[in-house]
Design a protein around this ligand. Structure first.
Ligand code: SF4
Ligand code: SF4
Length: 327
C-alpha cells in the first residue's frame, strides 16, 4: 500500500508494515547516532534533530534499550506535540520477567501507553531465538495487553530472517541490507535479499538497517539509498541522522530529489570519525588490513589513531563483528 503526505514541496511516502498493520514513513529515524553511544548530543539538541524529521513527515523512530535515547524521543514528541509517532525499540532480555521490566521501563521513559514495535535485539541464530523463548512469550502477552502493538526481531543474519518467516506471531523483521552486504554475518547480500523476500511473502513487515553500511558507504549515499528504496520487499529504512541538514538531505533523497548545494556542501564538510564499537574482540584482522597503520590492539581492543586514519573504511570490510563505523 502506498500513501502520500505533502509537507511543502516534500512528499513523504508511507507503507503498511506487513501484518502489524502499522502505517510507517519510508524513512525511519535511526536514533542511535544522536545518543551517548555515538555523537552524544545534549538532549535538547538531539531532540531538535528528531523533531525536524517529525515535522517533515517521518513518523517512525528506531531505537533500543541499549542506545539510551528514550529521553531524546520523549522530548521530540513534546516539542512537536505529537504522540502518534511509531517507536520501534528492542532489547537483549531473554527471560519473561526481564523483558517485562524492560517494556515497563520503556513505557515510562517514553511517557506513552503503548509502544509500536518491541523486538528481540540482534538475534544471531535459530538457537538464540530459541534461547529467547521466554522473552518472546512476554512480548506476545504484552501485545495482547495493548502495551505494544507488534513483536519484532532484529538481526544481521540470514538464518534468523529465514527462521522468523516460519514464526507466525512475529510481526516485523529488521535485517541488515546494503548493496555491498557489509555486516551480514552468514552469507551474501543476494542470500539476504532472498530471505527478506520470503519473509515478506510470509506476511512480515520489513524495515531494514545499515543502508550505508554503518557509514562505510558514505562515499556513495545515493547508490546506497537507491538499492534499498528500489526493493519492494522493504517497507521502511532506518537511517541514523545527527543533524537537521542530514534529516533534510535524507528526506529529499528518499523522494528522488536533488539535495540543495548549500546543504550538500555543509554535509560534505561534516567532521567524521572512525568508531570502534565496544564489542570488539581484538582479533587484529582490521589492523592487518590498514596499510597506513592507523590501528593497533590495546588491552584486547582495537584503537584508532585519528591523525593517521583517512576514513577509507577498508578495515570495516574485514571485521567479523561489524564493529567499525564511520560517524
Ligand atoms: S578507515 Fe582506512 S585508514 Fe582508517 S583505520 Fe580503517 S583502513 Fe585504516
Ligand atoms: S576486526 Fe573487528 S573485532 Fe577484530 S580487532 Fe578489528 S574491530 Fe575488533
Amino acid at each position: 500500500m502506498l500513501l502520500s503526505f505533502y509537507v511543502g514541496v516534500i512528499i513523504m511516502e508511507y507503507r503498511i508494515l506487513g501484518q502489524s498493520g502499522l502505517k510507517v514513513s519510508r524513512l525511519c529515524f535511526g536514533a542511535l547516532t544522536i545518543g551517548p553511544m555515538q555523537s552524544n548530543q545534549p538532549i535538547e539538541e538531539g531532540a531538535g534533530v528528531i523533531a525536524k524529521a517529525i515535522e517533515l513527515g517521518v513518523n517512525f523512530i528506531d531505537t533500543s534499550k541499549l542506545y539510551n535515547t528514550y529521553p531524546y524521543i520523549r522530548r521530540a514528541m513534546e516539542i512537536t506535540n505529537n504522540k502518534d509517532i511509531i517507536i520501534s525499540t528492542k532489547s537483549y532480555d531473554y527471560t519473561y520477567e526481564g523483558m517485562r521490566e524492560t517494556v515497563e521501563e520503556a513505557l515510562k521513559a517514553l511517557n506513552v501507553e503503548s509502544i509500536g514495535i518491541f523486538s528481540l535485539h540482534e538475534q544471531e541464530s535459530v538457537y538464540t531465538l530459541k534461547g529467547h523463548g521466554e522473552a518472546l512469550r512476554y512480548l506476545y502477552d504484552a501485545k495482547k495487553a495493548g502495551k505494544i502493538r507488534a513483536v519484532g526481531v532484529s538481526t544481521h543474519n540470514i538464518s534468523v530472517v529465514e527462521a522468523v518467516s516460519k514464526m507466525p506471531k512475529i510481526d516485523v523483521v529488521l535485517p541488515i541490507v546494503n548493496y555491498k552486504g557489509i555486516g551480514i554475518g552468514d552469507g551474501t547480500i543476494e542470500d539476504m535479499l532472498k530471505a527478506v523476500h520470503n519473509a515478506k511473502l510470509s506476511g512480515k513487515g520489513i524495515y531494514s538497517m545499515k543502508a550505508i553500511g554503518g557509514g562505510n558507504l558514505l562515499g556513495d549515499v545515493k547508490r546506497s539509498f537507491d538499492f534499498v528504496l528500489n526493493n519492494e520487499d522493504i517497507d521502511s529504512i532506518a537511517v541514523g541522522m545527527q543533524s537537521e541538514n542530514e534529516v533534510m538531505a535524507n528526506v529529499l533523497m528518499f523522494e528522488g530529489k536533488e539535495v540543495p548545494e548549500d546543504i550538500d556542501s555543509k554535509l560534505r564538510k561534516t567532521k567524521r570519525r572512525l568508531l570502534i564499537d565496544t564489542w570488539c574482540l581484538g582479533c587484529g584482522k582490521c589492523v592487518e588490513r590498514c596499510t597506513i597503520k592507523a590501528l593497533k590492539i590495546v588491552d584486547g581492543r582495537c584503537v584508532v589513531d585519528t591523525d593517521k586514519c583517512r576514513l577509507c573504511g577498508y578495515c570495516s570490510s574485514v571485521c567479523p563483528e561489524f564493529c567499525i563505523k564511520v560517524i
